[in-house]
Design a binder for this molecule. Structure first.
Ligand SMILES: C[S@@+](CC[C@H](N)C(=O)[O-])C[C@H]1O[C@@H](n2cnc3c(N)ncnc32)[C@H](O)[C@@H]1O
Length: 344
C-alpha cells in the first residue's frame, strides 16, 4: 500500500496552522516587481486572483501602502485563513469567494476600481494538499475529490469512474505528461468494473502497481502525473488561466502590471504565447524576456519553488504601438528577414 502516511504523522501535519507551513513562492521577486514598476506610492487596486493563505497579499499590502487589495479564492477555507492573516490591513482589503473566471463580476461588485496590478499564483496550496479530506494527496488516503471550489459538481471520482478509456488516457497524457497514460487508463477501466474508485489511496495504489510492473522507477511518486492531470480537469485549470489572461487584458488600467506564477509547463507555455502575441500587437509590454525562477536558497528551502516560473507584463494604452525594442526584436527575427527577402 503506497498511499498512506503514518496516521499520527498525517494528523500532526493537518493540525499545524497551515499558514506556518505555507511559504509564498518567489515572494521577494513579486514584491520587487510591483514596487519597481508601480512605484511605492502607487494607488488604485491590486487584484490577487489566487489569494491562497494571503502570503503574497500581505507582503504587497506592506510594501505598497496606498494600494487597495482585492483578494479572490475559489476555496472558502483559504479565504477564511487569509482573512485572519490580513486583518491588520482590513481597511484596505476586500475578499471574494470567486474563481478567476468571475473577475468581471467581482470588479463590478467592487465598483470598478482602477486596477494597477493583477497577480495569479496558480495551482494548489500546500494547505489543500496536506488536508487528506480534500482528496488531492496520493500520500494520505482521502475521498477522491480534488475540488478547490466546493460549488463545482464534478469530482475526481466522477472522472475516474465515468470517462471512457480513451478520454482518461488523453487526460493523463496531455494534462499530466504521463507517457504510460494508455496502460494506466486500461487498468482503471478494468478495475472499476469490480468496484468504483472512491479513495485517493486505491487509485494511487493501482497506478503504482501498473507502473512498477513496467519497471519504471523515478524520483517522484508514480501517481504524481495522473493526480496532477485529474486535479487540472476537476478545477478546469486551463480554462481558468485563459480567463485570467483575458481579464487582465480587459480590466488592467494602462500601465498596470500583470504577474503570473505557474508550476506546469503547459501553463507557462500558455502565458508565454499570450504575452508574445499581446506584445506584438502592442497590448502589453513584456517585462520578463525569460521567466524568473527561484534562486538556489529558495529552491533548497521550498521544493515547490523548483518548478515555479514567473512572467510579467505591463498593460499598454489601447492603440499604442509595440515598444521600440519589441519592434526591433520582431524586425530582426528570421521570419522578418525572410519576408524582407520576399520569401515565404
Ligand atoms: C498557490 S496557492 C496561492 C498562494 C498565495 N499566493 C499565498 O501566498 O498564500 C493557489 C490558491 O489559488 C486558489 N485558486 C487556484 N485556482 C483558482 C481559480 N481559478 N480561481 C480562484 N482561486 C484559485 C487555490 O484555491 C489556492 O488557494
Amino acid at each position: 500500500m503506497v498511499a498512506t502516511e503514518a496516521p499520527a504523522m498525517q494528523e500532526r501535519k493537518e493540525k499545524r496552522d497551515p499558514r506556518e507551513k505555507h511559504v509564498p513562492v518567489l515572494a521577494r521577486e513579486i514584491v520587487e516587481l510591483f514596487c519597481t514598476h508601480l512605484g511605492a506610492d502607487a494607488s488604485g487596486a491590486l487584484l490577487d486572483g489566487t489569494l491562497g493563505l494571503g502570503g503574497h497579499a500581505e507582503l504587497l499590502l506592506q510594501a505598497l501602502p496606498a494600494l487597495e487589495l482585492l483578494g479572490l479564492d475559489q476555496d472558502p477555507r483559504a479565504l477564511e485563513l487569509a482573512r485572519e492573516r490580513l486583518a491588520p490591513h482590513a481597511a484596505r482589503t476586500r475578499l471574494f469567494h470567486a474563481r478567476i473566471s468571475e473577475i468581471g463580476r467581482v470588479l463590478q461588485e467592487a465598483g470598478e476600481p482602477r486596477l494597477a496590478g493583477m497577480l495569479f499564483d496558480l495551482g494548489v496550496s500546500s494547505m489543500q494538499i496536506d488536508e487528506a479530506a480534500r482528496g488531492f494527496s496520493f500520500q494520505a488516503d482521502g475521498p477522491l475529490d480534488m475540488r478547490m471550489d466546493p460549488r463545482r459538481d464534478r469530482t475526481a471520482a466522477q472522472i475516474v469512474n465515468t470517462w471512457d478509456e480513451r478520454d482518461l488516457a488523453d487526460l493523463f497524457f496531455f494534462e499530466g505528461g504521463e507517457t504510460r497514460a494508455r496502460v494506466i487508463a486500461r487498468a482503471i477501466v478494468e478495475a472499476r468494473r469490480r468496484a468504483p474508485f472512491l479513495r485517493t489511496g486505491a487509485l494511487a495504489d493501482l497506478v503504482d502497481r501498473v507502473l512498477r510492473a513496467g519497471a519504471r522507477a523515478g524520483k517522484i511518486h508514480p501517481a504524481t502525473l495522473c493526480f496532477q492531470a485529474l486535479r487540472r480537469a476537476v478545477n478546469e485549470e486551463g480554462e481558468e488561466l485563459r480567463a485570467g489572461l483575458a481579464a487582465a487584458e480587459r480590466h488592467l488600467a494602462p500601465g498596470g502590471i500583470l504577474a503570473v506564477i505557474s508550476f506546469h509547463s503547459g501553463e507557462d507555455r500558455e502565458v508565454k504565447r499570450f504575452l508574445a502575441e499581446a506584445s506584438r500587437e502592442g497590448r502589453f509590454e513584456v517585462l520578463t524576456r525569460n521567466p524568473i525562477e527561484a534562486e538556489a536558497p529558495e529552491r533548497r528551502a521550498n521544493a515547490r519553488s523548483r518548478s515555479a516560473k514567473l512572467r510579467a507584463a505591463r498593460r499598454l494604452p489601447a492603440g499604442s504601438l509595440p515598444p521600440a525594442r519589441d519592434l526591433v526584436r520582431a524586425h530582426s527575427s528570421p521570419l522578418f528577414a525572410r519576408l524582407r527577402r520576399g520569401q515565404r
